[in-house]
Design a protein around this ligand. Sequence first.
Ligand SMILES: [Zn+2]
Length: 275
Amino acid sequence: MPTQVSPPLRMVARTAGDVRIHTFVSSFTGNNIANATHIVESRNTLVLIDGQFLVPYAKAFREYADSLGKPIDRLYLSHRHPDHWFGLGAAFDDVPVHALSETASFIQEHGEDSLSDHWKLGDLAPEHIVVPKEIAEPGATVVDGVTYHLGRVTETEVDFHLTVSLPELGVCFAQDLLYSGTHLYLTRDMAHWSTVLEELLTSDYDLFMPGHGLPADKIEVARNVEYLAAARQAIADGLTGDAFKDFLLRRYPERRCPGIFDIYLPRLFGDSRDY
Ligand SMILES: [Zn+2]
């Protein structure tokens, strides 16, 4: 089943002083899952968040970054799921990639296996992988005069997840802690995941950049909490597999990208390996 490639979306989500926040979202149609990658454009440099999934989108994201006419200082990779780092091999192998140590180790050990597991993608998958060489340590760091707060979040949509926040701009790059207008990739850690999202709801951030879908506000964060609660209740009620999927499709008809179900259901209810 070939994945359709249709036009991505580019937008400026926030401007504050010298800093602009850009987002680039791959297609919502076909089997695509609206991968969202972002650029922090400051006075002299660019900082990128995640590297897209399929080769054409990765190259288009790189073109968008290059069109801004500033060097890419670094790219923060949020987590180890391939839809966030496959594109690094296609368009970003000359860029310093920063990731949590667990994420870098995982790609070092399993990246090639992950690539060969995705052979069905054909030339939509990159020819080689990029292992992050820079370790992102939790805490504050300043790049080109902008303060970045890096957070290490465990046991949510993935075992180890990096968050990047700009307190001075009120922007949190939540990546896959937040699915904006699309179905969530559910895991067995939904309870703790909810707790993390509830902390965002009482934070001072007001713009949340997701890993999938369009830039979001706190209302969408709250909707994700509600979605997780509904999914947990459905599991408690005994729903599994297709019955579970049908329940969520009926309850959330407005959410896009149902292709995500086929990716996570064998892991949530079965013992498929995790990459
Ligand atoms: Zn993802």
